[in-house]
Design a protein around this ligand. Structure first.
Ligand code: FAD
Length: 574
């Protein structure tokens, strides 16, 4: 990047968080730069203020930067990840990887991370469940793999660097480190945030505030949000380890691990050949003792044999709770990521949901801030992402009950399931060590009635014969809805479609033709293998309306009132 073209903090974004043999990770430190509110002593007013620069807040910031929308991001810390913690999130789903492909960081994630698709679950020495996601049709159309394992802080760092690159093209997102929000108020006219910094406090006003400040958010109390939640007593110890002789690159889970006193164990490979091994603790265990290096090494010997040779990268305990807001928005404040819901880590639903929250809101905020869509469009964020949050809480709560059955009936169910799964194939699907995260469906959203499913990033060919992918088309639409019309069109239809596109600022038209078909619309792509049509669930339809977050708003046959209505509903103009 060329820092001189950006008015924001001129920061040398280095890969300080690369793994160094023997000394583990050093996370980058970003400097505090006094903002105009401090240097010029005035209260700035910003269209969007994001509180929290974790994976969720940074994803939103990157999405807005890509669409050229100005935003300020405030983070109390001066680094990515959690200081002192080597890893939190590790598994990233195909949907998240597709989003990151659009945002321009997928290649780096793929290069650093580990692709995997095979999972095996054991009870004692018996394999009681296994899957290979590669064989599942729901994953094999996309250009992105089913899962990549990578340390969460790498993704956060890539996002910071990508935002700096985008800022160099057009200054948009002001990342403000060491800036803690300590007070908040809102009314019909404005939202006012008080920010604490190393050089004193200042205040800023915002049109829209996104709370991405994680599970300990102060905003719940500030705006009085209602929550559903429960606290569990299940506790785990993470050991991030580098082995001399590495185990297979598969996700192995034990419900009853003989080397962990018959409690659960997770084993995953991440970037830098670091293995993440999670050990479930006994209910009355002392977390400090269980996390002691000599105790961890003893456990590793029981698991991998006396001869095991490894370096410890990081060790630490964690507990989890389950919580979900009842409203994704209160006034000007939107909840996102862990401020919207907190789930157990089983199934990798925490960070992946935050990424999808961010991608859902980014284009809607952009459309509203640029006055291309009414503010009512933002309501669909609540409708869609609350459904996703509630679903993820429900699924992870079921897993938690299986892994730590407290009620007698849950204990009986687990014992019976494991007994059956050892002997019968049909029972294997009942074994629940985490249902892996997937793109949630929006069945309750009026904005995508007749759609609401995620559209995979499939291959296509541009009119000039160049290979492309659906994400290229979404990029080309630049924050607008993409109307894909399939096959030949009559002259009347072409006129009607062009009229509709010219009357709707947030609509781009593309004709999708099969091999040998002659296009009539100006822009067209070639769907050689029918994958675009399949991904758009339009095998027997003539058009599909794809949103900037690669969700299907609607499909249909006639280029008439139904299509006009679907466009209006998708943009909350109906
Ligand atoms: C052991 C473990 C394993 C996990 N595995 C996975 C996995 O494999 N895949 C997955 O998707 N998820 C996983 N998760 C969940 C995932 O880590 C979280 O869901 C994710 O970190 C949430 O991101 P976030 O950005 O919403 O919040 P956070 O990551 O908590 O970020 C919040 C940010 O807000 C800042 N902040 C806080 N308060 C303020 C304030 N007042 N003012 C300014 N800034 C503030 C903080 O500094 C921080 O940067 C796992 C979690 C754990 C604990």
């Amino acid at each position: 990047m060329n820092p001189s073209s950006s008015p924001f903090a001129e920061v040398a974004y280095t890969n300080g968080y690369e793994f160094t043999e023997g000394s583990g990770y050093a996370l980058p430190e970003y400097p505090f730069v006094a903002p105009p509110e401090l240097t010029e002593g005035r209260i700035g007013r910003h269209p969007v203020v994001i509180v929290g620069g974790g994976i969720t807040g940074l994803t939103l910031a990157c999405g807005l930067a890509k669409l050229g929308v100005a935003a300020v991001l405030l983070d109390e810390d001066n680094t990515v990840g959690v200081k002192g913690a080597s890893s939190r999130g590790i598994c990233y789903t195909q949907k998240s990887l597709e989003i990151f492909q659009r945002y321009g960081i997928f290649e780096r994630i793929a290069a650093k991370g580990i692709e995997w698709s095979v999972g095996r679950t054991f009870a004692g020495h018996d394999e009681v469940f296994s899957f290979d996601l590669k064989g599942q049709s729901s994953f094999n159309l996309s250009r992105q793999p089913a899962f990549v394992n990578i340390q969460q802080f790498y993704i956060e760092g890539y996002l910071v660097e990508r935002i700096a690159e985008l800022n160099a093209q057009k200054p948009c997102v002001d990342l403000r480190w060491s800036s803690r929000v300590v007070a908040f108020e809102q009314n019909a006219q404005r939202a006012l945030l008080t920010v604490q910094t190393p050089q004193g406090n200042y205040q800023i006003e915002a049109e829209h505030v996104v709370d991405a400040s994680g599970s300990h958010t102060p905003f719940h109390a500030w705006v009085g949000v209602e929550l559903d939640g429960r606290r569990g007593d299940d506790r785990w110890c993470i050991a991030d380890v580098k082995f001399k002789d590495t185990p297979p690159t598969e996700r192995h889970t034990w419900i009853e691990a003989p080397f962990n006193e018959n409690r659960a164990v997770w084993q995953h490979l991440m970037g830098d050949q670091v293995w993440r091994i999670d050990y479930q603790m006994a209910p009355n265990a002392d977390p400090a003792y269980v996390s002691r290096e000599d105790v961890v090494r003893e456990r590793l010997k029981r698991q991998f044999g006396e001869q095991v040779q490894c370096d410890m990268v990081w060790v630490g305990p964690y507990a989890y709770r389950s919580q979900c807001v009842r409203q994704m928005r209160v006034g000007r404040v939107f909840f996102m990521g862990d401020t919207a819901k907190v789930v157990s880590p089983f199934g990798a639903r925490g960070g992946n949901t935050g990424i999808a929250d961010a991608d859902n809101l980014a284009w809607k905020l952009a459309a509203v801030v640029r006055t291309q869509a009414p503010a009512a469009l933002l309501q669909s964020y609540h409708d869609e992402r609350l459904e996703a949050a509630q679903r993820n809480v429900q699924v992870t709560n079921r897993t938690s009950r299986f892994l730590r059955p407290v009620e007698p009936v849950a204990q009986v169910f687990r014992r019976a399931t494991l007994d059956l799964a050892r002997r019968h194939r049909f029972a294997r699907n009942l074994v629940n060590t985490g249902r892996m995260a997937e793109a949630n469906t929006y069945s309750r959203s009026p904005a995508c009635a007749g759609g609401g499913v995620s559209v995979q990033n499939v291959v296509l060919r541009w009119a000039n014969g160049q290979a492309g992918q659906l994400n290229d088309l979404i990029d080309w639409a630049d924050g607008a809805l993409l109307l894909c019309v399939f096959g030949p069109l009559s002259a009347g239809e072409v006129t009607r479609l062009h009229q509709l596109a010219s009357q709707t600022p947030l609509l781009r038209l593309v004709q999708v033709v099969g091999p040998g078909q002659t296009p009539q619309a100006v822009e067209h792509v070639i769907d050689e293998r029918g994958h675009v049509r399949q991904a758009c669930r339009a095998m027997d339809r003539r058009w599909a309306l794809v949103r900037p977050d690669a969700y299907l708003a609607a499909t249909g046959h006639g280029m008439d009132g139904h299509l006009v209505g679907a466009v209006a509903r998708a943009l909350a103009m109906a």
